[in-house]
Design a protein around this ligand. Structure first.
Ligand code: ZN
Length: 307
């Protein structure tokens, strides 16, 4: 459904970027200008049932690096790539390496806190403006901020699932099991990846002990969708239904390069819903948006208050 106030979408608006570099994991970008802020404020204030999609760029202001941002994302800073689903399920050594790194990175990764952007979306929910929030992030920060009308499309790293019986447990509980199983085990901390992964030498990993599921002895996996895996069909259907109930779409901090998120922009386009994007750098859905603003999500959303 297209909202009545604008019959024809105007051309996509963009704001040029200049280096700033105050926060380590936030790509260089100028502060969004006043005119862009007003257009975005106008877009959000007209929405009655806003559907919001957040991505890795939304968490960088909480100190979590993303994968793709130019210059600062993990793809730019290292030659590491995220764990592939097939490798995790097929290879015990890969799982041992993954969990050893995850064990070391967990205390820091789990300590990250929601930023101003998360707080703003919580206020939009409380005020009845936000109909549904879809996040591609697995850091649990929207939940920490108290968001209720939320789908974590790719799961959440604060939970663990058993590939055998499907039992879901708290990641924090697994950390305690790791500690008791590996009393002598120490490792050097390195750079923490968005999924809590970390750098370790091969020899450090060899002696790390990974416990099985306590119920069935099966393989434990973070309750997140690894690269190469697909999002559960029921979840996709559920999100499409929430999108259909909404009146406009706002993308925050995502380049939408992954199809599992991009498909909802295609659906929004089919429904002729107005789309706005706030992101540093280009996105896959720029051609579908009537408004594109470049800026840091937390900073911009805080500047939009009160709506
Ligand atoms: Zn099990």
């Amino acid at each position: 459904m297209r909202l009545p106030w604008r019959a024809v979408p105007p051309p996509v608006r963009t704001v040029s970027s200049v280096p700033a570099g105050r926060l380590n994991f936030v790509p260089a970008c100028s502060t969004a200008d006043g005119a862009s802020l007003e257009l975005l404020r106008d877009f959000v204030s007209r929405a009655r049932r806003l559907f919001v999609i957040t991505g890795a760029g939304f968490s960088t202001e909480s100190g979590i690096p993303d994968y793709r941002s130019e210059g600062v994302g993990l793809y730019a800073r290292t030659d590491r790539r995220p764990m592939q689903h097939a490798e995790f399920t097929r290879c015990a050594k890969s799982r041992q390496r993954y969990w050893a790194r995850n064990f070391v990175g967990w205390p820091q990764f789990s300590s990250h806190q929601p930023n101003r952007g998360h707080a703003a979306l919580r206020r939009w929910e409380d005020g009845g403006r936000l109909h549904w929030l879809l996040t591609q992030n697995v850091d649990g920060l929207h939940s920490k901020a108290g968001q209720k009308r939320l789908t974590e499309l790719h799961g959440c790293s604060h939970r663990v699932t058993c590939l055998g019986c499907g039992d879901v447990t708290a990641r924090e509980d697994l950390q305690r099991r790791f500690v008791s199983l590996n009393p002598e085990w120490t490792a050097q901390a390195g750079a923490v990846a968005p999924d809590g992964d970390i750098f370790l030498e091969d020899e450090q990993v060899l002696n790390f002990r990974v416990p099985p599921c306590e119920r069935c002895g099966g393989i434990l996996k973070p309750n997140v969708t690894f690269f190469g895996d697909t999002v559960d069909r029921a979840t996709v259907r559920f999100v499409h239904n929430r999108l259909a109930e909404s009146d406009s779409v706002l993308v925050l901090g995502s380049s939408l390069q992954v199809y599992s998120g991009y498909r909802f922009l295609l659906a929004a386009s089919d429904r002729k819903m107005p789309v706005a994007i706030l992101n540093i750098g280009p996105t896959r859905a720029d051609h579908l948006a009537e408004l594109k603003v470049s800026g840091r999500c937390g900073e911009v959303l805080a500047a939009l208050q009160p709506l």
